[in-house]
Design a binder for this molecule. Structure first.
Ligand code: MD6
Ligand code: FE
Length: 197
């Protein structure tokens, strides 16, 4: 795992945020549900040739937005290039950013301990960009019961799960409201860029 603190400048953060807003106009945030129908307590959208979704049929990558039924917008060039150069930092020079999942957390949002295993390719690094309020990130090991430690993800931080850590359980315990004023309405955005295939 690689945690690059305050990696993005204020203006880079603003630029990425602006892209997220544009993406949100065409592919609005939606609340996915679990198989049993209970909603996640955060919202999401995607860009890229496929996007990660979850509903009564389980979770998967799909070529269309589940609400608008339209294809996802392409990954903005700045995000694609940033992901490629970050992947190269952990040794993957052939990284192909195919999707970017955008999660939006409000004051009461959480993301339970999980392993990212929907991808066909489970070797490529996953690159995460945090914007807005601090997130309390939990990182464990290969087994759900492995002990976890807390890492604070601040606006502009990058986290890369690669190598052994690619399959480590992780989650968001909560966000710390009011720790950033990047997002006018508060909250936290997290972008995860992946090569799925
Ligand atoms: C988040 N991140 O930071 C949630 N997954 O809001 C993730 O679930 C995650 O940060 C895979 C790789 C890096 C991550
Ligand atoms: Fe994850």
């Amino acid at each position: 795992m690689l945690h690059l603190q305050q990696y993005l400048s204020e203006s880079q953060q603003q630029e990425i945020l602006q892209h997220c807003r544009e993406i949100g106009k065409k592919s609005p945030l939606f609340s996915p549900t679990m198989k049993n129908g209970s909603p996640f307590n955060y919202q999401m959208t995607n860009c890229g040739k496929v996007g990660w979704i979850s509903d009564q049929n389980g979770y998967r990558y799909d070529e269309k937005h589940p609400v608008t039924n339209k294809p996802w917008q392409p990954i903005p060039g700045v995000i694609r290039n940033l992901a490629k150069s970050l992947a190269a930092e952990v040794g993957d020079y052939n990284y192909k950013p195919e999707t970017c999942l955008i999660n939006y957390y409000t004051q009461s949002s959480k993301l339970g301990l999980h392993q990212d295993n929907t991808e066909v390719n489970q070797k490529s690094p996953i690159i995460s960009i945090s914007l807005g309020d601090d997130g309390i990130f939990l990182i464990g090991g290969k087994r759900r019961k492995d002990p976890t430690k807390e890492i604070i993800l601040k606006s502009g931080d990058i986290l890369i799960l690669h190598g052994e850590s690619r399959m480590f359980y992780h989650g968001i315990k909560g966000i710390i409201h009011g720790t950033s004023n990047l997002l006018k309405s508060g909250g936290r955005l997290n972008l995860t860029i992946r090569q799925v295939y």
